[in-house]
Design a protein around this ligand. Structure first.
Ligand code: KIV
Length: 264
């Protein structure tokens, strides 16, 4: 039994096979996701909101991501596991290397994810040079929620869209192996997906990305408050959790999810 690799994920992009990604934070869900055919699990700092009940992802610590990553890794043996770098855990190169190493060596992750574009280029280079695979994250950056003034769509104006395309290229050139694009217009994510040769995983970014990710609790309909327009409750059919996850995988792979109404 061996885990999916970044090389295989790149081959999926090249062959047009959609990549199905979900967040998870514990061993039991990790196994259910793997059995349902999920390719990648993201141990997202969204755990601050959906597990801990915090108002944002900002209070999440490196130790907490390490703990949840260990649990996810124990629960499955074949999925590719990405661990989120929490707010301010990569504010400079040295700190980024120490914290990313913890997520990889102690947590057991195969890749780390960090939010932001041009500000992170040097950090991405330094991590990759030391053998740490990096996933970028552009568009809506939840760790910057107070700066951007809420969870809202990004890249609508042409100037901002141009910057996002440039930042995606810069991240790929710096060695990032994957990119998450959050809440951007579908036309922009199509541009970005074709501009870089690394897998681009969308959330609220339309159906033209190489794959899709959702927060597990959102797609099971158990997140409190208003569900974002780009999400879907796959449990609503009442067939149980494993079937809901497997329906999500099928819908991503076939291109049925997201549909026209679930994008911007
Ligand atoms: O923390 C998280 O779950 C994420 C996803 C929303 C992509 O970053």
């Amino acid at each position: 039994m061996s885990r999916l690799t970044l090389t295989q994920l790149r081959q999926m992009k090249a062959s047009g096979e959609k990549i199905a990604v979900l967040t998870a934070y514990d061993a039991s869900f990790s196994l259910i996701l793997e059995e349902a055919g999920i390719d990648v699990i993201l141990v997202g700092d969204s755990l601050g909101m959906v597990i801990q009940g915090q108002e944002s992802t900002l209070p999440v610590t490196v130790d907490e991501i390490v703990y949840h990553t260990q649990n996810v890794v124990r629960g499955s043996g074949e999925v590719f596991v990405i661990a989120d770098m929490p707010f301010m855990s990569y504010a400079n190169n040295d700190q980024a290397i120490v914290n990313a190493a913890l997520l990889m060596a102690k947590g057991g992750a195969q890749m780390v994810k960090l939010e932001g574009g041009s500000v992170n280029i040097d950090i991405v280079k330094k991590l990759v040079e030391r053998g740490i695979p990096v996933c970028g994250h552009l568009g809506l950056l939840p760790q910057s929620v107070h700066q951007i003034g809420g969870y809202r769509i990004q890249g609508r104006d042409p100037e901002q869209a141009k910057i996002l395309v440039e930042e995606a290229k810069q991240l790929a050139q710096a060695g990032a192996g994957m990119l998450v694009l959050e809440c951007v217009p579908a036309s922009l994510s199509k541009l970005i997906t074709t501009a870089v040769d690394i897998p681009v995983i969308g959330i609220g970014a339309g159906g033209e990305c190489d794959g899709q990710v959702l927060v597990l609790y959102d797609m099971l309909g158990i997140t409190s408050g208003k569900r974002p327009r780009f999400s879907q409750d796959f449990l609503i059919q009442g067939k149980g959790i494993p079937a809901a996850i497997s329906d999500y995988v099928k819908a991503v792979k076939s291109g049925e999810f997201p549909n026209e109404d679930q994008q911007y």
